[in-house]
Design a binder for this molecule. Structure first.
Ligand code: HEC
Length: 150
């Protein structure tokens, strides 16, 4: 193949890929979520959390025996131990996916994983609960920040 025909092939591939993408649902961005919606299942994403519900849940002792607040501090800004991560002001989607990963086994930690898995086994850690917790801690203020607007 000449360089020119490789470039044409690459363009044709891109056009096909774009055409395939446009079939996904524009609201959810996912063909899969669309299928769930049709079957009555609501897809919960990182932005679907309710910070007020998350605040209540963060303060509640869950099945693992402790509340998020016991280790991370009530507002997620002053953890019990200096080695525990600060959650206040962290990106909401980061928090959402991190908690999901502890629950689903993609991220392991003796203390944190045990708390989330015990809560999940007791039916306390579905995607909605995780989104609520993420919304709460993301909207609290603490020392975390980025350089947006600086
Ligand atoms: C027994 C103490 C303890 C409890 C209770 C606890 N955590 Fe954690 N959490 C930790 C520790 C320790 C880590 C760091 C683990 C690691 O390095 O992966 C952590 C990590 C995290 C992280 C990852 C933060 C990052 O910057 O990557 C999130 C998010 C989190 N916890 C949320 C929660 C939520 C929400 C709850 C309540 C449902 C909770 N934690 C309960 C101790 C705890």
């Amino acid at each position: 193949m000449t360089k020119r025909s490789i470039a044409i092939a690459a363009l044709a591939f891109t056009a096909l890929a774009l055409a395939a993408c446009s079939k996904t649902d524009s609201k959810t961005g996912s063909a899969d979520a669309n299928a769930h919606a049709e079957s009555g299942f609501k897809h919960i994403g990182a932005d679907d959390g309710d910070a007020a519900r998350g605040k209540l849940l963060a303060a509640k002792k869950l099945a693992g025996g402790q509340a998020c607040a016991d280790c991370h501090g009530a507002d997620g800004a002053k953890p019990l131990d200096a080695t525990y991560p600060i959650l206040a002001g962290q990106y909401q989607d980061y928090l959402f996916h991190a908690i999901q990963q502890y629950r689903d086994g993609g991220r392991e930690h003796a203390l944190m994983g045990a708390q989330i898995k015990a809560a999940a086994d007791a039916g306390q850690m579905d995607d909605q609960a995780i989104a609520d917790l993420a919304a709460y801690f993301a909207t609290e203020t603490g020392p975390l920040g980025d350089l947006h607007g600086k």
